[in-house]
Design a protein around this ligand. Structure first.
Ligand SMILES: C[S@@+](CC[C@H](N)C(=O)[O-])C[C@H]1O[C@@H](n2cnc3c(N)ncnc32)[C@H](O)[C@@H]1O
Length: 209
């Protein structure tokens, strides 16, 4: 399996990026046999459901060089690993409370020579450093998430969007957004990607500052 679907939506990748994306299927297939980070059904859909979905954030936001990004509850490395391939001049810190998931993330990052990735087993609430953006997918509702991360932002913004949270969400978000009581902007991934999987998928941007 190769990453053609990624190249369809991101046609300007370097040869290094293309080979890193192509390597992901084999790497996750191998790691998944030891430590389950992706459901068996999903491993065949890795490029659409995990890699392209993660890169929805790249359609919304082109991180400038030296941008610091935190991925909270990264699991096997989503969205952090695809974003780190896409933005080699930005740095990505991937955290998860489960050590074996971080072991997979470190293994994948090392095999891909991703020098802009660090990974740590810790709870989001305990991260002490400061970032320009926090990215995430499928971890918790926005309201508690905001509380976990609100103190982890640098005050100066130098990207097209001000510093804040970029959260991948799907389904009906009305209740969750109402509960969070924060200013937000929604980006519909259907606008960028044709596959049915993206029908209800969105990037929720919440500025924090
Ligand atoms: C459903 S998985 C999603 C993983 C990945 N983001 C993805 O989309 O494939 C949720 C992950 O969040 C992690 N998690 C939940 N609460 C956390 C917390 N407070 N701090 C760090 N990680 C957390 C879990 O260990 C789990 O790996």
């Amino acid at each position: 399996m190769n990453a053609d679907i990624i190249f369809k939506y991101f046609p300007d990748l370097t040869a290094v990026q293309q080979s890193q994306f192509n390597a992901l299927h084999e790497l996750y297939h191998t790691w998944n046999e030891q430590i389950n980070v992706i459901s068996r059904k999903d491993i065949d859909e890795l490029y659409t459901r995990h890699v392209l979905h993660s890169l929805g954030i790249a359609k919304v936001m082109s991180f400038e060089p030296d941008t610091k990004v935190l991925d909270v509850g990264t699991g096997g490395g989503f969205p952090g690993i695809p974003l780190a391939i896409m933005f080699p001049r930005s740095s990505f810190h991937l955290v998860d409370s489960i050590g074996k998931k971080i072991k997979v993330v470190k293994g994948v990052a090392e095999s891909l020579n991703l020098t802009n990735v660090t990974a740590e087993q810790t709870r989001a609430e305990q991260v002490s450093d400061q970032y320009d953006f926090v990215v995430s997918r499928a971890v918790t509702r926005l309201k508690p998430f905001y509380q976990w991360v609100k103190n982890k932002f640098r005050t100066e913004s130098f990207n097209a969007l001000p510093n804040g949270i970029l959260y991948l969400k799907g389904g009906d978000l009305n209740e969750e957004l109402k509960e969070a009581k924060k200013k937000y902007q929604l980006f519909d991934l259907q606008t960028y990607f044709d596959e049915d999987f993206f029908e209800t998928k969105k990037v929720v941007f919440v500025p924090v500052g």
